[in-house]
Design a protein around this ligand. Structure first.
Ligand SMILES: *Cc1c(COP(=O)(O)O)cnc(C)c1O
Length: 238
């Protein structure tokens, strides 16, 4: 199937999940996760109407960006690309130059660096905090009970070059989606309690749901699903 056909199928499934959950289709954004795929795949998805993309490595995206710029993807009010992968502090400056938002913020030190870099670049950078909802070593992010999470949220209103928009998580993989559902629900509950503790913050975005579990994520309140495989096909094994 072509990328356009894959997108049409994903769109149908998103619409169906929204109907089941009594939500409007507009309440969920579709992010195409294009990591490991060539610029042409991104251009195909753009031609099929997608405007939001996720990449997880600074260097990889830097190497792929020129053809996208040349094709006019970044004309005003056109496409945006978010960083969704773990980011080292020493890459903060480059990431701020390349990306429209950083959805994988996971430390106070990185957040301060991003704020400084955004200030130097004259950007107001949207960010999400990545939350590690499981114990798995392979997952990134701040644990829900980490003292650093509260320190970060307290600091946020003073970081004038950043706008915190919400939370992101990657739950453990399970064939049975009912095993995944509680992790999504926990992220939403965490968002609600953090909002009560930090009323100045507007944590509207819940970035959750990938190719195999996005329907359940939408039922549990996701506002942004991150879809790679179901749009672009399988990635080469890492
Ligand atoms: C790769 C990746 C995705 C997309 O995963 P698929 O299962 O291919 O849809 C989503 N989110 C993050 C953070 C990723 O690294």
């Amino acid at each position: 199937m072509s990328i356009a056909e894959n997108i049409a199928q994903v769109e149908e499934q998103i619409a169906a999940a929204c109907r089941r959950a009594g939500r409007s289709r507009e309440s969920v954004q579709l992010m195409a996760v294009s990591k490991t795929h060539p610029p042409q795949a991104i251009l195909d998805a753009f031609a099929a109407g997608l405007r939001l993309f996720g990449e997880n490595r600074v260097q990889e995206y830097a190497a792929k960006r020129d053809p996208l710029v040349a094709a006019g993807m970044f004309a005003p009010n056109s496409a945006s690309v978010h960083c969704i992968g773990p980011l080292q502090s020493n890459k903060a400056r480059r990431a701020v130059e390349l990306f429209d938002a950083i959805d994988s913020v996971a430390s106070l030190a990185l957040t301060e660096r991003l704020n400084d870099a955004a200030g130097q670049t004259g950007k107001k950078l949207h960010v999400l905090i990545e939350i590690k909802v499981s114990e798995e070593d392979s997952k990134h992010g701040l644990r829900p009970d980490a003292p650093e999470l509260d320190r970060l949220l307290e600091r946020m209103p003073d970081l004038h070059h950043l706008e915190l928009r919400g939370l992101l998580t990657v739950p453990p993989f399970a064939e049975d989606l009912e095993e995944v559902r509680p992790y999504f629900r926990n992220l939403r509950t965490l968002r609600d309690s953090l909002t009560q503790r930090h009323p100045k913050l507007a944590l509207e975005e819940l970035s959750m749901g990938m190719s195999h579990d996005f329907s359940v994520a939408i039922e549990e309140g996701s506002t942004m699903v991150r879809i790679g495989t179901a749009i672009f096909g399988a990635r080469p094994a890492a």
